[in-house]
Design a protein around this ligand. Structure first.
Ligand code: FES
Length: 569
């Protein structure tokens, strides 16, 4: 109760007043003298991915009290992908600041972070890493799968698949309405290896979650039991002094990146890990990650890279079989929230036969799920989820068809007169961190309707934006620097030729340096839009970093004594 007193110039009076107020809620001195565990309540009527938050909070409280602590929940912002305008990434840093400052402001000795939907877990880990109080992550868990006319379906790989069929006129209005009822069969996070599932697995690999905590579905007894144990562990962490800086080391981030590659995880995971690492003074070197990906194949057979869903991964043992296969690569001495190492936790889990996680010598894709590209179009890099791309398009040269932004895309993509062929490359500019703003998940550029009708399922698509982890296709994302700050993407014009070679990790615009210099001289950056000059939006536009630095705000990243980001520690 003494921690972080409100400042009235008299500390004893501040404590007296604080106790008087909280006693108004019926607490006794005995309760108030216990270690206090804060619980972030991110339940919201607009966030069905967190629809089980009340049950989880009740279970966490039970665990805290069984371990002798006092649990107190408090609200923070809740972000759901479909209820976040202009997009959820725009709000992630706001949630991280909210989480950090509430952890600092409240008299809590440790905190249970209840997140789930895509941006919530990275926001909470970023905030907790900066706040420095013992913290443990709990996720809401995945939703159940549904069934449409006898076919198993789940958000959101199947959302995109059915919408593509509807656009291509393979299914009618009645069927698309029917499937809309089945795609999200319960509360919980998306049922495939999208960003939420990716961040859950990656957080367990980081050591910031109880072993086995990533995969229990939202509505299961396993999920409730994990919540109870998480509460108890939050008390133990106070006694053991396990703060985030002891867990979030360079080794832990390398473990997390290896898991990200092996699960065929979301490309968003790279951006979020870079942001969390940045809060710890660690810079993730994308070329090193690419090198890891040449050794570590995709082992988890989940959509969108494979065929199964999260509930299948849970029944197959969760993340443990993945970690077991990765054992030769992992830093097994990395500390976890339990106070034991990743290796010790892994030794404690029994192995059994299953067919969702493949052995290293029989992967579902021979390299890591994500590859990094460079070239004159992306001097600071770009990314492709190669495990969900079309093999025949990974080495491709073609003519580009350029869209200047989301409005231009919406106006022209389905124009019957659009000059586009199946072997062209679609390019979308100005959807980067500053461009849209918030780097929306619009990198999954739809196939032009006239080509979709002709049966075209995939094309090479390039942008400075992101893509949902539930999507697939030959899609190049995070082109850095983005067009809106004058990156080379701003110079590309329809009719140019472009070469993609995933084998060579190359993305090159086949236009002479002289011509590019001429275009640069004539380039004018996008004019400010209405609303750009005030409030959170101004803060965002003034301080957001590029994708390779996690799109965190520059002033929130951890600085060394020289005021710069150290390469590693
Ligand atoms: Fe919340 Fe997919 S929309 S996890």
């Amino acid at each position: 109760m003494r921690k972080g007193l409100t400042n009235y110039g008299d500390a004893e009076f501040s404590l007296f007043l604080r106790k008087a107020f909280i006693k108004g809620a019926g607490y006794s001195d005995d309760a108030l003298n216990r270690p206090i565990v804060g619980i972030t309540n991110t339940g919201s009527g607009f966030n069905p991915c967190h629809g089980n938050a009340p049950q989880l909070i009740e279970a966490v409280k039970r665990g805290v009290m069984l371990a002798g602590g006092l649990p107190v929940d408090f609200p923070t912002i809740s972000i759901h992908e479909s209820f976040a305008h202009p997009n959820s990434m725009f709000l992630r840093n706001l949630m991280s600041m909210d989480t950090e400052e509430m952890i600092r402001a409240l008299p809590i000795d440790s905190v249970v972070l209840i997140g789930g939907c895509d941006k919530t877990v990275p926001a909470q880990l970023m905030g907790a890493a900066s706040a420095g109080v013992p913290a443990i992550q709990l996720v809401t868990g995945s939703m159940l799968t549904g069934s449409h006319r006898g076919v198993r379906v789940g958000a959101c790989t199947d959302c995109r698949r059915f919408w593509g069929m509807y656009r291509g006129e393979e299914i009618d209005q009645q069927e698309i309405t029917e499937v809309n009822d089945q795609l999200v069969a319960s509360v919980g996070t998306c049922s495939v290896m999208g960003t939420a599932s990716t961040m859950a697995c990656v957080t367990e690999a980081l050591g910031m979650m109880l072993p086995g905590g990533a995969t229990p579905p939202a509505v299961t007894a396993d999920r409730i039991r994990i919540a109870e144990r998480t509460g108890a562990q939050a008390v133990a962490m106070i006694q053991a002094g396990i703060t985030p800086d002891r867990i979030l080391t360079k080794k832990a981030f390398e473990n997390a990146l290896m898991v990200l590659l092996a699960i065929g995880g979301s490309t968003n995971g790279i951006v979020h890990l870079a942001a969390i690492a940045g809060r710890c003074g660690i810079r993730i070197d994308m070329d090193e990650v690419d090198a890891l990906g040449r050794d570590i194949p995709v082992l988890v057979n989940l959509k969108p890279s494979g065929t199964h869903y999260m509930e299948d991964l849970h029944k197959a043992g969760g993340l443990a079989p993945v970690l077991r296969e990765l054992r030769p690569f992992l830093h097994l001495d990395a500390l976890t929230v339990t106070g034991r190492t990743l290796g010790e936790e892994l030794d404690a889990v029994a192995a059994f036969a299953q067919d969702v996680v493949r052995p290293l010598d029989k992967p579902i894709y021979p390299q890591g799920g994500i590859a990094f590209l460079r070239g004159n179009l992306a001097p600071e890099g770009a990314i492709i989820k190669q495990s969900a791309a079309s093999l025949e398009l990974m080495e491709h040269e073609g003519r580009v068809v350029v869209f200047d932004g989301l409005e231009d895309l919406a106006q022209r993509i389905d124009d019957p007169d659009l000059d586009v062929n199946a072997d062209d490359i679609l390019v979308l500019k100005n959807i980067g961190p500053k461009g849209a703003p918030g780097m929306p998940e619009a990198g999954y550029i739809p196939i032009p309707r006239k080509l979709a009708r002709a049966g075209v399922k995939d094309m090479v698509r390039i942008s400075d934006g992101r893509m949902s982890g539930t999507a697939g296709g030959t899609i190049i994302l995070h082109v850095t620097p983005e067009a809106a700050v004058g990156g080379p993407l701003a110079l590309i014009e329809s009719g140019d030729r472009l070469r993609l070679s995933v084998r060579e990790r190359a993305l090159d615009l086949l236009v002479s340096d002289e011509e590019l210099a001429r275009r640069r001289d004539a380039l004018s950056l996008p004019a400010p839009r209405e609303g750009d000059g005030r409030g959170y939006r101004k803060l965002f536009l003034d301080t957001v970093t590029q994708a390779d630095n996690g799109c965190d705000f520059d002033f929130l990243r951890s600085l060394n004594e020289h005021g710069s980001i150290p390469q590693q520690r």
